[in-house]
Structures are given as C-alpha cells and as structure tokens.
Design a protein around this ligand. Structure first.
Ligand code: HEC
Ligand code: HEC
Ligand code: HEC
Ligand code: HEC
Ligand code: HEC
Length: 452
C-alpha cells in the first residue's frame, strides 16, 4: 500500500513535469488582460544602465501618453463618459489604453486609475512596451496589433556587441521598420474609418521609397554608448521622439513665399498675390496624427505706410468640401453633448481663425455628419486638404486696393500658423492654454508701391 502510493506520487510528478513542457509557453499577445503589471520592468529599472535614453524618453510625449493633461481630459470627460452614455460605445474607451498605456490594457486594468494616483498605468509607452514587441499581427499595422512577449528577452534591431548582464537581446528587423510605429500611429475608428494614418501616409509618400524611416527623423543617430558599460557605436539611435509638441520641430516645417502679379498700382485697382507652401520637413502629412485636433492656417495681410492693415481672404478654388478649409463662424462638435450629458447641444465655434483664411486640415464627421473631435465617433472623413510630404500647395489672394489706402510702399505678409488643438474646444473643456497656443510656422513678406 505504502509502495503503491509512492509510485503514484512518482508517476504523478513525472506527469506534472512533462506537462509543463507540453503546455506551450505564451507566445505573446495583444489582448486585454493577457498579462499582469508585474510581467513588465519599470523604466527606472532600465535607467540604471541606459540613463541617456531614459532621460531623452522621459521628456518625450510618449512617456506622458497617459498622464498628459489633455489626454486625461479627453479620456475621462469624453471617451469614458461616452462609453457610459451610449451602450453601442461601451468599448470605445478601452482601445485608448491599448496605445496610450499598453501595460494597463494588457493587465486588464481598464479604465486605469487617474494619473494622480501614481500607479503603473502612468508609465505609458515605456521602454518595455517597445522592447518586448516581437511582431505585428497581420500585414497592416494599426490599433495596437503588436505582439508583446514579456520576459527576460528584449527585442531591438541591433545585436549588441557586448552581452547585457541583465537581459537577453534578440535582434529583429521590426525595430528599424516603420510598422513598429504604425501599430499605434495608424488607427481605425469603430466605424472602419482611418482616423490616424501617419505610417500609411509615410508609406504612400516619397520617403518610403528612399528608406527614410520614422526612426531617421524621430530617433536621429549619433556616436554614443547605448548602455553604461556598453560599446560606443557610431550610429546609436537617440530616443528623442520630439514631434508636434516641440515648437522647434514644427517651426519651418513648411516654407512660405508670396509674390504679387504687379508691383506698381493705384487705389481701386486689383493685385493678385500667389502664396506657395512647400512641405520640406515632414515624412507624413502636415498636420498628421491627431488630425481632428490640429489646425494650420495661412493669414495674409497688407500694411500701408501709415500702419493701417487690410486682411485679404483667400480666393475660393471650388473643390468639394472647401467650406471646411476656409475659416468661418460655423458651430461644430455637437456630439460632445452626448458624453457631457447636454441635450440638444448647439455646439461651439468650429475654429478661432480670422474669417476667410485658408485652413489646411481634414475634417472628421460623426454619424450625423457633424464635425467632431472625438475620433472614435468618426463615421466619415471630409476633404483632405493637408500638406503632404514634399508637396507644394499654392493659394491666390485677390487684393482690391481700398481708396483710403496710404500711397507709398505696401507690405504684404503671409503667415502660417499652427495650433495643437482648436481653441474653442480647448477653452470649452478647460484644457491648459499651452495646448492651444498659436505658433508661427513660417512667414514671408513682399512689397508693392501704390501711387496716389
Ligand atoms: C545591468 C545593466 C542593464 C540593465 C538594467 C538593462 N540593460 Fe539593456 N543593455 C545593457 C547592456 C550592457 C547592453 C549591450 C550594449 C552594447 O551593445 O554595447 C544592453 C542592450 C540593450 C538593448 C539592445 C541594443 C544594443 O545596443 O545592444 C536593448 C533594446 C536594451 N538593452 C533594452 C533594455 C531595457 C528595455 C531595459 C529595462 C527593462 C534594460 N535594457 C535594462 C545593460 C542593461
Ligand atoms: C505602443 C504604442 C506606440 C508605439 C509603438 C509608438 N508610439 Fe509614438 N506615440 C504613441 C502615443 C499614444 C502618442 C501620443 C502621446 C500624447 O499623448 O501626446 C505618441 C506620440 C508620438 C510622437 C509625438 C510627439 C509630439 O510631440 O506630439 C512622436 C514623434 C512619436 N510618437 C513617434 C513614434 C515613433 C517614431 C515610433 C516608432 C519607433 C512610435 N512613436 C511608436 C504611441 C506609440
Ligand atoms: C523626413 C522626416 C520625417 C519622417 C520620415 C517622419 N517624420 Fe514625423 N515629423 C517630422 C516633423 C518635421 C514633424 C513636426 C511637424 C509636424 O507636427 O508634423 C513630425 C511630427 C510627427 C508627429 C506629430 C504630428 C502631429 O501633427 O501631431 C508624429 C506623431 C510623428 N511625426 C510620427 C512619425 C511616424 C510614426 C513616422 C513614420 C511612419 C514619421 N513621423 C516619419 C518629420 C518626419
Ligand atoms: C516608441 C518605442 C520605443 C520606446 C518607448 C523605447 N525604445 Fe528603445 N528603441 C526603439 C527602437 C525603434 C530602437 C531601434 C532603432 C533602430 O535601430 O532603427 C531602439 C533602440 C534601443 C536601444 C539600442 C540603441 C541602438 O542604437 O542600437 C536601447 C539600448 C534602447 N532602445 C533602450 C531603451 C530604453 C532604456 C527605453 C526607455 C527609457 C527605450 N529604449 C524606450 C524604440 C523604443
Ligand atoms: C491606435 C492607437 C491609438 C488609439 C486606439 C488611441 N490613440 Fe490617442 N493617440 C495615439 C497617437 C499615436 C497619438 C499622437 C498623435 C499625434 O501626435 O498627432 C495620440 C494622440 C492623442 C491625443 C492628443 C494628444 C496631444 O497631446 O495632443 C489625445 C487627447 C488622445 N490621443 C486621446 C485618445 C483617446 C481618448 C482615445 C480613445 C477613445 C485614443 N486616444 C485612442 C494613438 C492612439
């Protein structure tokens, strides 16, 4: 009897042992609740050996993708509230975490605690998020379809010359590929509309043919050590990731030139000005990413010798949907009424831009056809009047010289402005003003002479 039970235990142990080999190890996943927070190291842990990269990353927006004020406002005031208000939108807020704080999503911690609770969701797009990605599910990268495999192995494009005392390194091509970025920088709304398509824009633009990847412009390489005790490489990839929140990156993105058709004229006559805008800097369209929020506009103004100014509105071109590309005092964003619990919400001003100025944007429409900033509630897109990579757009301005204009030199200036977020929305939702500050992208002036 005693012997029997011993054999039993023995056989049992053998079975258990072999099972642990038969049961496949998790090969990686991107599903809600697939892992736990403890499966991931903190960025502070990586910092001990990769301090420079840590310091760069910690001042980039991806380290703040969950804690940043406007993200918190839109997530809780609009997305989470929308999920509660409309049963058909019950899942709308979950996907946000898949890109903004993937660890929370993978840990099934949805919605995560508010940023002020200082929990692990605050780590946002951390070191581990990118360096545990081992593949993309499917051909097109979008909606956080990366395959994540937590553990001792870190994935990157370089097989380090030195071994790391902490982890294994498996080199994979994905980290020098734009699809890694595309898994979060392309997004399809629940209505099947591409509401974010930075990587797809890049794919269809001139830079993909030339092999100029996202990494080339957002992670420039230089000579440095990639780890404290590591090798000095001539082409170490810096983790700057500066984009639309870096004024210096945005400034000069578009070159602006303007010229008149005649140089000498008299009051009452007409001068036609042509403005040229050349996108020399971005690898995707400008603006890209959060297109529903961003606004770029060209303002043309004449100034006579007495300092009187005359605003010159853009000439219409007559394309479909053009009304969304010329500043007006229309109201929009009525769908915010749903999450905010306001019945028959009249909406707020579509933009705060001088009437008649040309706007370079692509409007997003809700299921009722009204303009929206809630990209998850986007059922269709309007005309895409953004400036593509290396694209040149021209605009004309017909200036009817007023009779009261002061004879002498008249200076005409074209100024291209940018805001991260349309101002009326920022003000209405109490977003800190820095998020809708007006930035001058570029400016150019020309001159005409007016005779009495
Ligand atoms: C105890 C020190 C140490 C810690 C902690 C550490 N690493 Fe490393 N890591 C290294 C060293 C050393 C290398 C090899 C550098 C070389 O190639 O010269 C390396 C290489 C890498 C590489 C490959 C690229 C390359 O240049 O070889 C990646 C990616 C990486 N580490 C990510 C991480 C992440 C993410 C963390 C935090 C979870 C982390 N490391 C924590 C020491 C460390
Ligand atoms: C796990 C998802 C994820 C991946 C992978 C990812 N990003 Fe991001 N990225 C984000 C999110 C979310 C934001 C928005 C941050 C915020 O809230 O403003 C962002 C913002 C940015 C910004 C904008 C910064 C700004 O100033 O507005 C740049 C640039 C950027 N990412 C570049 C990259 C590049 C290059 C790659 C590939 C090497 C990449 N990202 C991969 C999620 C990701
Ligand atoms: C040729 C250089 C270049 C390449 C290639 C490039 N970018 Fe950019 N990117 C820029 C510049 C310049 C800006 C700043 C102007 C702006 O906001 O668009 C920028 C801005 C951004 C922003 C913020 C945009 C916004 O309007 O909020 C994101 C996000 C971004 N890039 C991601 C990417 C990703 C992902 C890729 C690859 C698919 C990529 N970039 C490829 C130059 C580049
Ligand atoms: C948004 C994704 C992303 C995040 C976040 C990120 N990395 Fe990276 N990292 C990359 C990519 C992509 C590369 C490789 C770029 C290439 O070779 O084109 C890389 C390369 C590296 C390398 C090797 C550098 C080289 O030149 O070979 C190390 C080390 C590294 N990362 C550590 C870190 C650490 C530490 C953090 C957090 C502080 C971090 N990474 C955060 C995407 C990321
Ligand atoms: C597929 C990945 C993905 C999903 C899903 C996603 N986002 Fe984002 N989000 C991003 C990226 C990438 C950016 C940065 C784009 C840029 O810089 O223009 C961003 C930018 C933002 C911004 C603007 C940040 C800024 O600083 O200007 C807000 C706010 C935001 N997201 C909120 C949300 C909310 C709320 C949801 C869910 C309803 C959501 N996002 C879903 C990837 C995603």
């Amino acid at each position: 009897m005693r012997n029997h039970s011993k054999t039993f235990v023995f056989v049992g142990l053998i079975l258990l042992f072999s099972f642990s080999f038969i049961i496949p190890q998790k090969e990686g996943s991107n599903e809600l609740g697939a892992f736990e927070y403890d499966d991931f190291e903190t960025p502070e842990f990586c910092k001990s050996c990769h301090n420079q990269f840590y310091q760069q990353w910690s001042q980039a927006m991806m380290s703040k993708a969950y804690t940043h004020h406007w993200d918190e406002i839109e997530y809780f005031k609009l997305a989470v509230a929308h999920s509660k208000a409309d049963p058909e939108m019950a899942d709308a807020h979950k996907g946000c975490n898949g890109c903004h704080t993937p660890m929370a999503f993978l840990a099934g911690d949805v919605p995560p605690p508010r940023p002020k609770e200082e929990r692990r969701a605050n780590e946002a797009v951390s070191c581990e998020v990118c360096h545990l990605i081992k593949g993309i599910a499917g051909d097109t990268a979008y909606n956080h379809n990366f395959i994540m495999k937590p553990g001792h192995t870190k994935y990157s494009s370089r097989k380090g010359e030195k071994e790391s005392p902490d982890h294994k390194i498996v080199p994979i091509d994905l980290h020098s590929d734009t699809r890694l970025c595309g898994s979060c920088h392309n997004e399809k709304s629940p209505f099947g509309v591409w509401v974010k398509s930075t990587q797809l824009e890049w794919q269809n633009g001139p830079y993909s043919d030339e092999g100029v990847t996202c990494q080339e412009c957002h992670m420039p390489d230089t000579k440095m050590k990639t780890a404290k005790m590591g090798t000095t490489y001539p082409d170490a990839r810096m983790h700057l990731f500066n984009g639309a929140h870096d004024k210096g990156k945005v400034r000069g993105t578009i070159e602006v030139r303007i010229q008149p058709d005649i140089r000498e004229t008299v009051p009452g006559e007409v001068v036609v000005l042509t403005a040229t805008l050349f996108n020399q800097k971005t690898g995707h369209k400008f603006p890209t990413g959060s297109v529903e929020d961003r606004i770029v506009w060209l303002h043309v103004e004449a100034e006579d010798e007495k300092g009187n100014t005359y605003h010159i509105p853009v000439d219409k071109k007559g394309f479909e949907g053009e009304q969304y590309t010329i500043a007006s005092d229309d109201l929009a964003y009525q769908d915010m009424g749903i999450p905010l619990g306001i019945e028959d919400f009249k909406g707020i001003k579509r933009e705060d831009v001088p009437m008649g100025d040309r706007i370079f944007r692509m409007p997003f429409f809700d299921p009722q056809g009204r303009m929206t900033i809630m990209q998850w509630n986007t059922a269709s897109l309007g005309v895409d009047y953004r400036i593509g990579p290396r694209e040149t757009k021209t605009e004309t301005y017909t200036f009817n010289l007023p009779y009261e204009i002061e004879p002498g030199k008249v200076k005409i200036t074209a100024s291209l402005y940018y805001r991260l977020l349309v101002k009326p929305v920022g003000e209405y939702l109490d977003v800190p003003a820095e998020e809708y500050e007006k930035l001058l992208v570029n400016q150019h002036s020309t001159e005409i002479t007016v005779y009495p």
